[in-house]
Ligand binder design. Structure first.
Ligand SMILES: [Mn+2]
Length: 355
């Protein structure tokens, strides 16, 4: 498509979304549970679009917890007004717009019986069990949902404030790992244009957000449980107090030399959360993740990054053992797992201290 065609398509899409948002009643922009920067930026962009075009203030909602320090800093520093919601509160809204997530993906609080009005996303569509929406724009070839919203804003001449530009830039940056992961030419164009408008100081503050001691405790635990199987590294966070940490550890472990895939999992609440990363699209993360969660929970994503959720019904230890076995089978078939680092000697008298 030429640049003009992309613009026309984006403008037509915005027109259809706004026709739905214009109807009486409140608008909810719903993100995935534990929203990431791409979801937060997309929601902020759709908020500005509806305010500009139909003069309405939409509510930005999510289920779960926004735990990652960078994401919390993004919300505070860029003043993105988000609300934590329970599934029954969705009934209050006439128009529901899903961003960076889809119906029945298992990672948002929209009931399967509720048909959303708008879906804008960049994750792969399910092979089975198609969903319905009044309007949907799903582009799995895009590295970030923020890029789609950048096109919407551009095509309909909505002013992008430095705050929104910072959010969208950070959304693209984190979802594509600085354009190194599944970024297409549209992502590169948006990244370049948005960087000029973004507030670099605020961006730096978000990147270097302070973390609580709990962060290092979970990081240490994840390293203590870490195993390498062939070219896959797998770790568990036994006591996870922040679901976002699981994705963060998977990202971090991907830096281990020689690895082609990284998987991290842990129990948060009454659910096992999983995150998988691959060096490139050959990793087929979404497909492998689907095999791990089959008949137990839900999961999906992209070729080089995927997530999953498995509810614990009954014995958590048994379920975790099954999940670990399935991860190894799906991501490292016929490989023997070996510990990444030997367990640290217990502290106290026996420990040798070196200054
Ligand atoms: Mn995304």
């Amino acid at each position: 498509m030429s640049e003009k065609e992309v613009q026309d398509q984006a403008a037509a899409n915005v027109e259809r979304i706004m026709a739905l948002c214009k109807r009486p009643g409140r608008i909810l922009i719903l993100m995935q549970d534990n929203p990431d920067p791409d979801a937060l930026a997309s929601a902020a962009a759709l908020h500005d679009l509806t305010h500009h075009h139909v003069k309405k203030h939409a509510v930005l909602g999510y289920g779960g917890i926004c735990g990652r320090a960078e994401n919390r800093a993004m919300i505070d520093i860029l003043r993105i007004g988000v609300k934590r919601l329970t599934p029954d509160q969705i009934e209050r809204f006439r128009t529901v717009c899903l961003v960076d997530t889809q119906p029945r993906s298992g990672n948002n609080i929209l009931m399967p019986s509720r048909l959303p009005e708008v879906v804008v996303d960049h994750h792969l569509l399910p092979k089975r069990g198609p969903w319905m929406a009044e309007f949907a724009d799903v582009r799995p070839d895009y590295g970030a949902c923020s890029t789609i919203f950048y096109e919407y804003l551009q095509a309909t001449n909505v002013r992008i404030t430095p705050r929104l530009a910072t959010a969208l830039f950070y959304g693209i940056q984190s979802d594509t790992q600085d354009l190194g992961r599944e970024a297409n030419p549209a992502d590169i164009r948006a990244y370049r244009d948005l960087f000029l408008i973004a507030d670099k100081k605020k961006l730096a503050h978000i990147h270097h957000a302070p973390v609580p001691p709990e962060y290092f405790r979970m990081l240490a635990d994840s390293l203590a449980t870490c195993v390498v199987a062939g070219t896959t590294v797998v770790s568990q966070i036994p006591e996870c107090t922040n679901a976002d940490m699981i994705a963060e550890v998977a990202d971090r472990l991907m830096r281990l030399e020689g690895m082609r895939a990284a998987v991290c999992y842990g129990v948060f609440g009454d659910t096992i959360h999983l995150s998988a990363r691959a060096l490139d699209a050959r990793g087929n993360c979404a497909r492998r993740m689907k095999r791990v969660v089959a008949r137990l929970g839900s999961g999906g994503g992209h070729r080089s990054m995927a997530g999953g959720q498995i509810p614990i019904n009954g014995d958590a230890e048994k379920r975790l053992a099954l999940v670990q076995a399935r991860i190894l089978k799906a991501f490292a078939p016929n490989r023997v797992p070996v510990p990444l680092c030997e367990a640290l000697p217990p502290g106290g008298e026996g420990g040798q201290s070196q200054q």
